[in-house]
Design a protein around this ligand. Structure first.
Ligand code: DX5
Ligand code: ZN
Length: 214
């Protein structure tokens, strides 16, 4: 299992320290939640802060856009050269075009599905994607409860991926911990995002990341 800790649960007063800690703790990706206060009822960080995150990180960034006007935000964050850049299908009229744009900027494109969105909605985009992110909470906040139906959605998505593009990864985001991670693995999930579990772990972030990898 690959692990992408979400810095949303980091101490923003010590952001560089908390980003370095997850990288030293052998995370695979650094998950960055960008919220605009319109698509979701919360507002987080823009390119000035994400640039500081990129400087502190030794692992690729996994930028999760939760915004309206995706194309504008792609232009804003592309210069930071994230590993992955993901946008919500619910908020995009021309997802195929946006995927090509992200790829032309040298970034791996990913699409995010809210808890109600059917995996079939993106069936004919899978061949152009490097990753699909399934939300296991409603986007907007860290520390929410895991929605178990993501397991069934992951199994359905995995079937489509095997048919259309076996190299495409499945990532799950929200309420992930050391208990549900084994069910996610069984459902075919490749990458888990975890914010509060990693940053609130009593034995520290490295221990938390290791417990998710098993
Ligand atoms: C929610 C974000 C998540 C969040 C996960 O909108 O996309 O990445 O930080 O936090 P936890 O792991 O605490 O649910
Ligand atoms: Zn996220």
């Amino acid at each position: 299992m690959l692990v992408a800790p979400s810095i949303l649960s980091a101490d923003f007063g010590h952001l560089a320290r908390d980003v370095a800690a997850i990288c030293e703790g052998e995370c695979d990706l650094v998950h960055v939640d960008v919220m605009d206060g319109h698509f979701v009822p919360n507002l987080t960080i823009g390119p000035v802060v994400v640039e500081a995150v990129a400087r502190a990180a030794t692992k690729p960034l996994d930028i999760h856009l939760m915004v309206q006007n995706n194309s504008f935000f792609v232009d804003l964050f592309a210069p930071l050269k994230p590993g992955y850049l993901s946008f919500h299908i619910e908020e995009e009229k021309h997802p195929h075009r946006l995927i090509q744009k992200i790829r032309s900027l040298g970034i791996k494109p990913a699409i995010v599905l809210n808890p109600h969105t059917l995996p079939e909605a993106i069936e004919f985009l899978i061949e152009d994607l490097d990753m699909v992110l399934l939300m296991s909470v409603n986007p907007g906040f860290g520390g929410q409860k895991f929605i178990p139906s993501v397991l069934e959605r992951a199994v359905r998505l995995k079937e489509l991926i095997e048919k259309r593009n076996p190299n495409c990864l499945i990532e799950v985001d929200g309420g992930v911990n050391d208990i549900n991670v084994s069910m996610l693995k069984e459902a075919g999930v490749d990458v888990v995002v975890a914010g509060s579990y990693v940053y609130r772990h009593p034995e520290g972030v490295a221990e938390a990341i290791a417990s998710l990898k098993q």
